[in-house]
Design a protein around this ligand. Structure first.
Ligand SMILES: Cc1cc2nc3c(=O)[nH]c(=O)nc-3n(C[C@H](O)[C@H](O)[C@H](O)COP(=O)(O)OP(=O)(O)OC[C@H]3O[C@@H](n4cnc5c(N)ncnc54)[C@H](O)[C@@H]3O)c2cc1C
Length: 321
């Protein structure tokens, strides 16, 4: 199969689906490609309580509504496919999809999101969504009045631990080193908070519970002393991995692999835009992904108009889009 689209959107999470909704409404011929099922990280979210206009809904329900909107406005959706090769260099972009063929496009929006870095323990996978979370803003509220553990020592870990203390009865911050990498003023603020306590130089051994998390077992890196921390929740803040490996060498990324954009969501390559968690940003939420998707779609639409004019000027006999 060989087909041309005005825009191919890579990734069908909230950023990609929102871009699709705006592009579809502007009658821009759009294909949304996703290596998983559409919906992105939202579909892992049991309850979303901070998406404006929705009192509380499962992430899956919000995702399915966004998907229905994108379809309604004429987007073609292609879930569960692998992008085998991509070439963003020319005026016409090339996206080769395994078993589906090669697609060309005048513009590409990258909305491939990312994944929180995990510890990789089998018990971590077991309690994910049943006590283990990677997002205090999203899930902190569910642990009001409970004892929780926060794992990590960077800026996010320290700031999120302070945020968690607003809900939780106590927050035990567990870190692998004898010092924090976070800014000293953030650490000072955390140390002043009477709900926080700190366990340094610890390895996380295991998460234990019945149906939901009940305790976190840690051991001291040097002495080996084992500590059991009773906790209904464990928040893991050890970093974030953007899904951008396949774009390396084609667009500008920072040293963490996040895509560099301007505020119009333009990358350094003409016709290539990025939106959502895959790009450099401070706050990663559904609302911010949706906002990025909107801006990327509007920028891409504007780019296509300019592009169309430029092409028409180069080849006056070619039919206008
Ligand atoms: C457990 C959890 C709970 C959360 N709860 C909340 C909450 O309550 N409220 C809130 O606002 N935020 C929440 N968040 C954060 C929020 O889900 C993300 O910020 C948001 O989903 C980011 O949207 P995105 O579209 O940029 O990326 P994603 O949601 O990550 O979507 C990216 C999509 O791209 C696809 N993809 C990846 N690589 C490729 C590729 N090479 N080619 C094609 N497709 C690809 C993926 O399959 C995925 O569908 C939560 C996150 C997690 C992990």
């Amino acid at each position: 199969m060989n087909q041309h689209y005005d825009v191919v959107v890579l990734g069908g999470g909230p950023a990609g689906l929102t871009a699709g909704i705006y592009l579809g409404r502007a009658r821009v011929k759009t294909l949304i490609v996703d290596s998983g099922s559409l919906g992105g990280q939202m579909i892992m979210t049991y309850a979303v309580a901070n998406y404006p206009g929705v009192l509380e809904a499962s992430g899956r329900d919000i995702a399915m509504t966004m998907k229905a909107q994108a379809t309604q406005f004429g987007c073609d959706l292609m879930p569960n496919v692998e992008v085998a090769r991509i070439d963003l260099s020319g005026a016409t972009k090339l996206v080769e999809i395994e078993d589906e063929g090669t697609f060309t496009a005048s513009g590409v929006i990258i909305a491939t999101g990312g994944v929180p870095r995990t510890l990789g323990l089998p018990s971590e996978a077991l309690f994910k969504g049943r006590g283990i979370s990677y997002c205090a803003t999203c899930d902190g509220d569910f642990f009001t009045g409970k004892h929780v553990v926060a794992i990590g020592g960077g800026n996010s870990a320290i700031e999120e631990s302070v945020a968690l203390a607003k809900h939780a009865a106590s927050v035990t911050v567990v870190h692998e080193f004898d010092h924090f990498q976070a800014h000293p003023f953030a650490v000072e603020e955390a140390r002043r908070n009477s709900k926080l306590r700190f366990l340094m130089e610890q390895d996380i051994r295991e998460f234990v519970g019945d149906q939901t998390l009940e305790k976190v077992i840690v051991s001291h890196k040097r002495t080996g002393e084992v500590t059991e921390i009773p906790a209904a929740g464990a928040f893991i803040f050890i970093g974030y991995v953007p899904n951008t490996a396949m774009f390396r060498g084609q667009i500008a990324l920072n040293d963490r692999g996040e895509i560099l954009t301007d505020e119009a969501m333009k990358t350094n390559v003409p016709g290539v835009f990025a939106a959502g968690d895959s790009r450099v940003k401070r706050y990663r939420q559904i609302t911010t992904a949706v906002a990025d998707g909107t801006i990327a779609a509007l920028s891409a639409t504007e780019y296509l108009r300019g592009d169309g004019q430029a092409r028409a000027a180069r080849a006056p006999t070619s039919p206008a889009r």
